[in-house]
Design a protein around this ligand. Structure first.
Ligand code: MRU
Length: 346
């Protein structure tokens, strides 16, 4: 099957260099930056030049290539030891998305095979991680779209699109596939305070593909559901625990509660690299808290009186009981439970 909408890339390796589309500047400016060192890569992840769980993992994988280049140059016989602090640096760049650790572990698994001259082999692995993510998203797009009725009106939160992945997107991958199949009549996107991923990134990304989108303030979602103007909520995830609890952008949990109250279906689209079978439930997930300035300002302008405090958790956890379906590249899990996820992951 030919897939439409497959051009936008947040992360690119070209001519031996790592390029990131600077997502802090979208949609006003489309700026691409080149990262030269592993420290640059870790900082770019922390600062959200690149964001979204799979995109963070892919970027970190390319970061390992940069780290290996430097380490191999400095100590060809001892590069694997030298690189350990770099791996730690990358692992600590953001805590919630398990894809980061997952990608680093995949890169580490190549070290033994790559003993002689590691660069080419590690680069191949990083590229493979990115391509597999795109392929997984296409598969999820098909599986998720098949679950939607015709004339479906969907609401998404944050940005779980090409910008947040290797390409094509998870939640937006489902929306892209369903739109291409003529099944979607309306896409709503929450603006997603405080960082505005919905307003700045999702709306931009969908419009790049000529998919119409209607933005709403996060607090308008309840009224939208009450007025029966939406059929499915479709979101991505940063970490899914063994029992099916889902960490995703702050505000996802409130959508899930609202969806259940209004009889609206709730879909999580995520690759199996987002599933963390080492954690039994969502209470064990480390939730990143970011700088309070993200809440107290918008676009560098203060919106609160000086002296106001703020609380800025970047993610929340939606209990598995509120999730109707998890869509992965390996298949679909309805009403997720520990047993059903274990069967999927085995
Ligand atoms: O803080 P962000 O922008 O990295 O948060 C991203 C999200 O919450 C996404 O929904 C999630 O990573 C899934 S991306 C396919």
């Amino acid at each position: 099957m030919a897939y439409q909408y497959n051009t936008l890339r947040a992360v690119t390796w070209q001519d031996n260099q790592l390029y990131l589309l600077d997502q802090r500047k979208l949609p006003q400016q489309q700026t691409v930056i080149i990262l030269e060192t592993v420290a640059d890569v870790a900082q770019a992840i922390t600062d959200m030049v690149v964001r979204g769980a799979p995109a963070i993992g892919i970027t970190a994988a390319y970061g390992v290539v940069l780290a290996a280049k430097a380490a191999y140059k400095a100590a060809p016989n001892n590069w694997q030891t030298l690189i350990e602090t770099d791996l730690q640096l990358l692992a600590q760049a953001r805590p919630t998305a398990v894809n980061l650790i997952w990608a680093l572990e995949r890169m580490r698994a190549c070290f033994a095979k790559a003993a002689k001259n590691p660069i080419e082999m590690l680069l191949e692995e990083a590229k493979r991680i990115q391509q597999e993510d795109i392929d997984a998203n296409r598969r999820m797009g098909d599986l998720g779209a098949a679950l939607l009725p015709s004339n479906c009106r969907v609401l998404t939160h944050c940005n779980a699109g090409a910008l947040a992945t290797g390409g094509y997107g998870t939640a937006l991958g489902v929306i892209r596939s369903a739109y291409a199949a003529g099944k979607i009549s309306q896409v709503y996107a929450d603006e997603t305070r405080p960082w505005l991923q919905g307003a700045r990134l999702t709306a931009w990304e969908l419009l790049q593909d000529n998919i119409p989108v209607t933005l709403l303030a996060d607090s308008a979602a309840a009224a939208l559901m009450q007025q029966k103007r939406v059929d499915w909520i479709i979101v991505g995830s940063d970490r899914i625990t063994a029992n099916g609890d889902v960490a995703n952008k702050i505000g996802t949990y409130s959508l899930a509660v609202l969806a259940r109250q209004h009889g609206i279906k709730f879909m999580v689209a995520a690759p199996t690299s987002t599933v963390d079978m080492n954690l039994t439930d969502g209470s064990q997930i480390v939730i990143e808290e970011r700088a309070i300035d993200e809440v107290l300002t918008i676009g560098g302008q203060s919106i609160a009186p000086s002296g106001a405090k703020a609380w800025n958790p970047s993610f929340d956890v939606t209990p598995a009981t509120l999730v109707d379906v998890i869509v992965t590249e390996k298949g679909v899990v309805e009403q997720p439970t520990t047993e059903r996820l274990a069967a999927l992951m085995k």
